[in-house]
Design a protein around this ligand. Structure first.
Ligand code: C2O
Ligand code: CU
Length: 403
């Protein structure tokens, strides 16, 4: 039975203790960083009342959720004002919600949270946890470094303090012998996470838009800002200590290096009921790699186009094949609001994995073709680079979905 879930979220200033001995002036939903975990099932109706108690406008964007255009959370809610978001949860996946005003500062200060939507036929593992990855850029005095100089807007904001669920390098524990579902979200402004769990194998179960056709075994996964992955992690042996880290990745800026997000300790054994099915979900391909694109989006033009860019309208029901071309010298994670897409080609080649996505990295000097079908949710939508500083610089465009 679909339920109705009502929630109050207040955006307010908060003392954010990101480490046992360290805190800073954060912004938190209900005073916590990250904000409360929202859990729902497909078909549930969500009613979220946002009250803005910050001294600046804010809003909630439901990243990845296929909500109606006027619930997408791009219209600011003024200080002392409130807004009620109402929508039905259409898909099962790991989503997240975050401010969509002055994001470079508001997300760095903590205005984000995870949103887990479950559906029928989820794989049964021994446990589940959400890991929101982030980082903080501090000045030498330990306060947040100032925001948004030209250098930072161009390079993006990356900090040296790595966070999981709002805490600096926490210690996590898993029972020996068990396999858990980890829902990982990259909530950082700019930092790319090339995630490794002590170099050990794990399975990818899902991406931005939910389960993939079958588990994919690997020992690392690249998550750019905005992207999510569901992983099956374990089993390990009692006493093992593994580093959850990001391996060096060259996004065209900065020195690629290895950094630790957290430590995973393997505790005493517990019985396992985990069953990883050989197939998880059927996904029909929207298009083949050889079909001609309907639109080309140049990352370079987008980057230099400024804040008032408008792209051509998109008619409901008309298959979209967009070539995302990155002529610049750095990678850009491209995010489409409100709709899932499939990657149909990477530099002309079919991709390794068929999956539903809402954010995809377009590596420098490369191109990615995506396919998506605008379902019947007309209105104003947007796409942008999810490096928040690039978005702030105007690396975005609005377009209309027309009936
Ligand atoms: Cu998560 Cu417009 O963004
Ligand atoms: Cu970018």
């Amino acid at each position: 039975m679909p339920r109705e879930i009502s929630l109050e979220l207040e955006a307010r200033e908060t003392e954010w203790a990101f480490a046992p001995d360290r805190s800073l002036r954060g912004f938190g939903f209900n005073g916590s960083v990250p904000g409360p975990l929202i859990e729902a099932e497909t078909g549930d109706t969500l009613r979220v009342r946002l009250t803005n108690s910050l001294p600046q406008p804010t809003t909630i964007h439901w990243h990845g959720l296929r909500v109606p255009a006027d619930m997408d959370g791009t219209a600011p809610v003024q200080p002392c004002d409130a807004f009620e978001y109402v929508f039905v949860v259409p898909d099962a996946a790991t989503f997240w919600y975050h401010s969509h005003v002055n994001e470079t500062e508001q997300l760095e200060r903590g205005l984000y949270g995870a949103f887990v939507a479950r559906g029928p036929g989820e794989p049964r593992l021994d446990g589940e946890r959400v890991l929101l990855l982030d980082d903080l850029k501090l000045d030498p005095g330990g306060e947040l470094a100032p925001f948004g100089d030209d250098h930072e807007l161009h390079e993006g904001r990356e900090g040296d303090v790595l966070l999981v669920n709002g805490r600096r390098e926490p210690e996590l524990e898993i029972a020996a012998g068990q396999v858990e579902r980890w829902r990982v979200v990259n909530a950082a402004n700019t930092r790319f996470a090339r995630l490794s769990i002590g170099g050990r194998p794990f399975s990818i179960l899902g991406t931005d838009g939910g389960l993939v056709p079958a588990p994919v075994e690997t020992s690392e996964i690249l998550l750019t800002p905005g992207e999510r992955a569901d992983l099956a992690v374990g089993p390990f042996a009692e006493g093992e200590v593994l580093e959850i880290e990001t391996l060096p990745y060259d996004r065209g800026r900065g020195e690629p290096r290895r950094d630790s997000f957290a430590t995973l300790r393997v505790g005493p054994a517990a019985p396992s009921q985990a069953e990883l099915p050989g197939s998880l979900r059927q996904i029909e391909p929207l298009a083949g790699a050889e079909e001609a694109p309907t639109r080309t989006i140049s990352m370079k033009a987008l980057m230099h186009g400024g804040h008032d860019q408008r792209d051509e309208p998109v008619p409901v029901g008309a298959l979209q094949l967009w070539d995302l071309v990155n002529e610049t010298s750095q990678d850009h994670p491209f995010h489409l609001h409100g709709f899932f897409f499939q990657v149909v080609a990477e530099n002309g080649e079919p991709p390794a994995l068929l999956a539903w996505k809402d954010t995809v990295n377009v590596p420098r000097k490369q191109q990615v073709r995506i396919a998506w079908l605008p379902d019947d949710r007309p209105g104003e939508w947007m796409y942008h680079c999810h490096i928040l500083e690039h978005h702030a610089m105007g690396m975005m465009a609005r377009f209309e979905v027309v009936p």
